[in-house]
Design a protein around this ligand. Structure first.
Ligand code: ADP
Ligand code: MG
Length: 632
């Protein structure tokens, strides 16, 4: 035998103790959830075995009736949950429950505030899983053997939920996992047949697997188990049942099982699709973003079943990236049972199922947006930035997704993203054609950008885009319902019918009057700028920078460079405000050296105002001080 037989003690990862303490305290008032978590794990283990056995029937070891057994012993004060699922080998035990190296653990800890109420809400979000056993138990003994290994390959894991756990190799004739909870002193609640059954029905009715218990009887005033077993739960796949047969609570509990989330889902869509592809989908939108929404290693998306047989978790081929927060089940009637990830990648059937499912999710979101705007606002806060990846990723549904987007805008100058493109269009000025937006690295930079001055003056609404993903969004979404999306920092500003003849006349005059100044500045700044011109987009600021129509926006260039990526350096256009005192003064400047200082300052401050970085900050400061000294 290669494994160590001796009992050894191993340490948990450092955070585990803190996590366990927090969990025990904050979830104690809701302690029965431990049963849901353990049943959920047993059910997952059965699913995995059934799947592996498709290609290796020997794994069933002549026992293919998968089930979960729950028992209690009043005298020993134990509650035991056993399954004949896939089981674990020694290394799997260490990997799965020896550490808490779940993705998101570190972020989770960084968010803890020390305020128990707030932290309690967080821990639910984090997902408690197996460790929830310690809410009711002061010792947990898990004995397991992986399907296909011989009896002496059993592993026993035991822990008091503090700093460490022990491991030893044991005989385990029956495949699968047995979890024994040694209940805390003084806590007798779960030593009752009735209590266990009601809890199981409440949380685990939807589990496909039968959960069985020995019937109990009263003897000499005490409740004792008999040898007769009964099935406690409904044990039928929830998604295959008729909608009218399923209660809200059942839908919610099922969500918690498939998503490993602790909170209720925000909304769901349950469909039986017929026709070319026959499948059932039950798709949920969570209430809250998981910690690992942006983690590449994230798991738990859509579970794929074929005719009720679990095939795989996180079937990423079934949902596009921008809907990666969707959780649920898709059960196909047509796919072969031996379908693999590789097959999924090139399957037309899967493409059709995916397209149908995406439609359902977008439909669900549209419905929320229209009929339950508050819920939708909550959704947007959590997942808006992910949905914004959509127009660039999913060409076929671009318009639908665009209709679901929400933005901050100059209308209410608040960071809250509440404005839809439809709302915006409805409010457009007479004669306004494009939908105007500005992108910047921060909300404040967008909100205070000099580029907005003329728009504010004329009361033209501009969308304020400051999420990282926004640059990607506007590169994929160039129009909505026939209206072009136009950046206010790009190209020559043409307000078209929004300006009257008198205004246009005045601009023409200013251009003529400042012609030589413009040329002189261009000469002075040289390669720094592509062009210098007189602007009409400014009312208060002396100058601003503009990028060419076809150029990459300055904001995107900065984002890419900050991310260490290659981005072409584009030369901006410097626009000067003919109304501004600094500019008129510069027009009369005869000293060449001083003129050069002024011109550089104009350029540098325009760069600063849009959130850019000066190439040579020290020179900027020196110039500024020089000019200030002349005033003093
Ligand atoms: P999650 O279920 O979200 O993965 P848990 O903390 O509940 O997190 O479980 C951690 C892991 O331990 C599971 O992913 C699984 O690999 C393993 N595990 C837990 N219980 C069992 C069981 N009864 N049979 C087999 N594996 C199990
Ligand atoms: Mg679990």
């Amino acid at each position: 035998m290669t494994e160590t037989v001796q009992k050894e003690t191993l340490g948990f990862q450092t955070e585990v103790k803190q996590l366990l303490q927090l969990m025990i305290h904050s979830l104690y008032s809701n302690k029965e959830i431990f049963l849901r978590e353990l049943i959920s794990n047993a059910s997952d283990a059965a699913d995995k075995l059934r799947f592996e056995a498709l290609s290796d029937a020997a794994l069933f070891e002549n026992d293919s009736e998968l089930k979960i057994h729950v028992a209690f012993d009043k005298d020993a004060r134990t509650l035991t949950i056993s399954d004949n699922g896939i089981g674990m080998n020694r290394q799997e035990v260490i990997d799965n429950i020896g550490t808490i190296a779940k993705s998101g653990t570190r972020e989770f800890f960084s968010q803890l505030s020390g305020d128990q109420k707030k932290d309690a809400a967080l821990i639910g979000q984090f997902g408690v899983g197996f460790y929830s056993a310690f809410i009711v138990a002061d010792k947990v003994t898990l004995t397991t053997r992986r399907a296909g290994l011989t009896a002496e390959h059993g592993v026993r894991w035991e822990s008091a939920g503090e700093g460490d756990f022990t491991l030893e190799m044991v005989e385990k004739p029956v495949r699968g996992t047995e979890v024994v909870l040694h209940l805390r002193e003084g806590d007798d609640e779960f030593l009752s047949d009735w209590k266990i059954k009601t809890t199981l029905r409440k949380y685990s009715d939807h589990i496909t697997l039968p959960i069985v218990m020995n019937k109990s009887e009263w003897k000499d005033g005490a409740e004792v188990p008999t040898v007769e077993v009964e099935t406690v739960n409904k044990a039928s796949a929830l998604w295959a049942r008729a909608k009218s047969d399923i209660s809200e609570e059942e839908y919610q509990e099922f969500y918690k099982h498939v998503s490993h989330d602790f909170e209720k889902p925000l909304a769901w869509s349950h469909n039986r699709m017929e026709g070319k592809q026959e499948y059932i989908s039950l798709l949920y939108v969570p209430s809250r973003a998981p910690f690992d929404l942006y983690d590449r290693e994230r798991r738990h998306g859509i579970k794929l079943y074929v005719r009720r047989v679990f095939i795989m978790d996180d079937a990423e081929q079934l949902m596009p990236q921008y809907l990666r927060f969707v959780r649920g089940v898709i059960d196909s009637s047509d796919l072969p049972l031996n379908v693999s990830r590789e097959i999924l990648q090139h399957s037309k059937d899967i493409d059709a199922i995916k397209a149908g499912s995406v439609k359902k999710v977008l439909g669900l979101l549209e419905d929320l947006a229209e009929n339950e705007p508050e819920k939708y606002a909550g959704f947007w806060k959590e997942f808006g930035r992910v949905l914004k990846e959509g127009p660039g990723e999913d060409f076929a549904n671009k318009d639908k997704i665009a209709g679901l987007l929400r933005f901050a805008s100059t209308l209410n100058d608040s960071q809250e993203q509440t404005v839809s493109l439809k709302d915006y269009i409805a409010r457009m000025k007479d004669g306004q054609e494009p939908i105007y937006y500005i992108t910047a690295e921060t909300f404040a930079a967008a909100q205070h950008s000099p580029h907005l001055e003329i728009f504010r003056k004329k009361g033209i609404e501009v969308l304020l885009l400051s999420d990282r993903v926004d640059e990607w969004l506007v590169s994929g979404l160039t129009e909505f319902e026939g209206n072009k999306l136009q950046s206010v920092t790009k190209g020559d500003l043409d307000l078209g019918k929004l300006e009257d003849e008198a205004e246009k006349e005045e601009q023409k005059k200013a251009e003529d009057a400042f012609k030589s100044l413009v040329e002189r500045i261009k000469e002075t700044l040289g390669d720094k700028v592509k062009e210098v011109r007189v602007t009409h987009r400014l009312t208060d600021s002396p100058a601003c920078l503009v990028t060419g129509d076809q150029d990459m926006s300055a904001n995107l260039e900065r984002l890419l460079k900050a991310a260490g990526q290659n981005a072409p350096t584009t030369r901006p256009v410097l626009e000067i405000n003919p109304q501004h005192g600094l500019v008129t003064r510069l027009n009369g400047e005869s000293d060449d050296a001083r003129f050069a200082d002024w011109a550089s300052l104009l350029f540098d401050q325009a760069l600063l105002a849009e959130g850019g970085q000066l190439e040579d900050p020290a020179s900027f400061v020196r110039r500024l001080n020089g000019l200030l000294a002349q005033l003093a």
